[in-house]
Each structure stands twice: as structure tokens, then as C-alpha cells.
Design a protein around this ligand. Structure first.
Ligand code: MG
Length: 382
């Protein structure tokens, strides 16, 4: 059997590391073609020495020399710079490109992979949040398959297998994050440490803070709209603290399909790599008898304003979600550096949305311009 060759954009992040773990469990099925990282040279070099890809790329130019010398003696091509990340996303050697970069940095490389007609395992949700219409159009044109890696969207994708009737609605489940039961006062005083303590999932810092504010779920609503061609009112969020039901699809006959399993990102990553087959995975199994209670409730959008703002941006369309994403990236960074309070994140996101100059049908350049304009504006207000 020929092995699938995998390129991982963002291999040193949480998704990248877990993807390599899945690949290491199936050396008979997968080979690593390319690894890229933002600036974590030492981990990138370690990964490259272990998995022996054809090429590695580091986005930060200044780290080129260090990476080159760490890989001296290995037959691995070394590239640097953000352009190189886009170039390796298109190299003919890769069958599947895992796009697991964080934030808007993932946009251009993902577009490159889509244009090169790769099977794209998409973990960079900001790509669809910022420019969902553009990506969908490009994928349709090139014939690239986009397989979601986000656990909720992987769940919906799996529920849709074998179905040919239209979807009535989907339920995206949310753990509720560490502040599910926090009071308004507790939220105002929430520390970085508290926000980073996610009760169920192990993820990178940015997405963990987004989970605490429920901005992450808001982004996932937008992501679902583009992945599954739904209207905003067809996407409902349900808080499900046990994180066992990863999402559900409801059809015209009232039937609901759900996908369940242990909260472990290696399951959706594995599925995106092996689709339409399934891999044998060494992850824990969910036990119904030991966890007899699964609960569901509506989210509190007064407390978690970010979720309401994401729906608002989705209804507005155009570059509104791009503005929300830019404002949120600046706000989360400021919160992580102790410069603003937790509830200021939603305030800055709202400001970014209000002050955005609306463009109904943005081009890629418009998105990039919106992103930098909103960032500058929010930077000056924080
Ligand atoms: Mg998710």
C-alpha cells in the first residue's frame, strides 16, 4: 500500500504535536512530507530528526541559521520566511495538508493548499471565520477537499456521511469552559491562570482563552456555516460540560444523529487523515456506565457576549467576522500579557465590529486590509 504523505503547517503547536502522535501510531500508512513552525526551532528540529520529512520551514527568518545547523547532516531541505510556508503548502509531494497554524497567519498558506487541490485537514478555524466565502469558492473551483479537524465539525461531518437529504439544523456542543458557573464579578476578576485551565480539552493558549470567553464557539458557528452551507439560524449552540457528544445533526424527519467519544483531539485528527476509513487509535474509550449523566443547556449570551457578537457578525456577512477575529486576536494577546481584564475581551471585540468599515463582498486584499486596520484601531483603544 502506498503511504499517504502528510504536510503539517504548524507542527509544533498542540494540533501538530497530536497529529504526529497519530502518524507515529501508523508508520505503515503515513509519512511526513513537510513540517513548518512559527518560531519554535528546537521542537521543529527534534520532530524533523524523528520523522525525517523532505522539507521543513520556519516562518521566522531570523531562526534559519539555527534550524539549518540543528539539522546538519540530515537530508532535509530547510526553508524560512512566511512565503516559504505558502510554498511548501503547495509542493507536489504532499497528499494531505494539515493546516494547524494559529490565527490569521493560517489564511494564506491554507489558500495555497486549497489552490493546489490538496486534501486539506483544516484545524485553523480562523481561515473560515475570516474568509469563509472566499475559501469555499476556491475549494469548489480547484476541487480541493476540506476535511474539518475541529472536534465539533468533525462530528457533524461524520454524522453527514451517507446522508443525501438536506440538514434541518445542527447542534454544536460547547463544554462551557472554566467559567461556566462563574458570576459576573468572578468573570471581571478572572486571571490568566484561571482562564487557561480548561476542564476537558488540552489545547494551545489562544484557543483555550477563546473557549473561556466562548468566542471559540462563536467562531465555530461561523466555521460550520461555511463548511456545511447553513444559515445562521440553522446552527444552535448547546452547553454540554461532559464533552462526550461532540455535535449533532437534525434532519427533516426529526431524526438526530450524534457523534460521541472521549474528548481527545487525536480522534478527529485521525479521521481527517484516514477519511473515509477509520484508524485503530490508542486513545481512551468512553464508558456509558461510568458516566451515566450527559447534560445540555442553552448558553448564557449575556455573560458570554463574544458568542452573541459572533452571531451578529455572521448575520452581517461581508468582512464583519474578519473584524471580530482581528479584534479578538489583539484582545486575547493583551489579556494573556496582563494588560486588560477578561471581560474587556468582549468589549474590544464589540468595538472592532462597530468601528469596522463594512465591505459586503471582500477580496483577499480587503480581508488583509480589514485585519490590519481593525488591529491598529483596537491596539490604540485597549
Ligand atoms: Mg472545537
Amino acid at each position: 500500500m502506498t503511504k499517504k504523505r502528510i504536510a503539517i503547517l504548524g507542527s509544533t503547536g498542540s494540533i501538530g504535536v497530536q497529529a504526529l502522535d497519530v502518524i507515529a501510531q501508523h508508520p505503515d500508512k503515513y509519512e511526513v512530507e513537510t513540517l513548518t513552525a512559527h518560531r519554535n526551532v528546537s521542537l521543529l528540529a527534534q520532530q524533523a530528526i524523528r520523522f525525517q520529512p523532505n522539507a521543513v520551514a520556519i516562518a521566522d527568518d531570523a531562526k534559519y541559521g539555527e534550524l539549518k545547523s540543528l539539522l546538519a547532516g540530515h537530508p532535509i531541505k530547510v526553508y524560512a520566511g512566511s512565503k516559504a510556508i505558502c510554498e511548501v503548502a503547495q509542493l507536489p509531494g504532499a497528499d494531505v495538508v494539515i493546516s494547524s497554524l494559529v490565527g490569521i497567519a493560517g489564511l494564506k498558506p491554507t489558500i495555497c493548499a486549497v489552490e493546489a487541490k490538496k486534501q486539506v485537514a483544516l484545524a485553523n478555524k480562523e481561515t473560515l471565520v475570516v474568509a469563509g466565502d472566499l475559501i469555499s469558492r476556491l475549494a469548489q473551483k480547484s476541487g480541493a477537499a476540506i476535511i474539518p479537524v475541529d472536534s465539533e465539525h468533525s462530528a457533524v461531518f461524520q454524522c453527514l456521511m451517507g446522508e443525501c437529504s438536506p440538514v434541518e439544523k445542527i447542534y454544536l456542543t460547547a463544554s462551557g469552559g472554566p467559567f461556566l458557573r462563574a458570576s459576573a464579578d468572578e468573570l471581571r476578576c478572572a486571571t490568566v491562570e484561571q482562564a487557561l485551565k480548561h476542564p476537558r480539552w488540552s489545547m494551545g493558549a489562544k484557543v483555550t482563552i477563546d473557549s473561556a470567553s466562548m468566542m471559540n464557539k462563536g467562531f465555530e458557528v461561523i466555521e460550520a456555516r461555511w463548511l456545511f452551507d447553513l444559515k445562521p439560524e440553522q446552527v444552535e449552540v448547546l452547553v454540554h460540560p461532559q464533552s462526550v457528544v461532540h455535535s449533532m445533526v437534525q434532519f427533516a424527519d426529526g431524526c438526530i444523529k450524534a457523534q460521541l467519544g472521549a474528548p481527545d483531539m487525536r480522534i478527529p485528527i485521525g479521521y481527517a487523515l484516514s477519511f473515509p476509513e477509520r484508524l485503530r487509535l490508542n486513545v481512551s474509550r468512553f464508558c456509558f456506565a461510568e458516566n451515566p449523566t450527559l447534560t445540555f443547556q442553552k448558553p448564557d449570551t449575556e455573560k458570554f457576549r463574544c458568542l452573541a457578537l459572533a452571531y451578529e457578525a455572521l448575520r452581517m456577512g461581508g468582512n464583519a467576522a474578519c473584524a471580530v477575529n482581528a479584534a479578538n486576536e489583539v484582545a486575547v494577546d493583551a489579556f494573556l500579557h496582563g494588560k486588560i481584564g477578561f471581560q474587556d475581551i468582549a468589549k474590544l471585540v464589540e468595538l472592532g465590529l462597530q468601528k469596522n468599515s463594512f465591505i459586503a463582498q471582500p477580496t483577499l486584499e480587503d480581508y488583509i486590509e480589514t485585519d490590519s486596520r481593525v488591529r491598529r484601531m483596537v491596539e490604540s483603544c485597549k
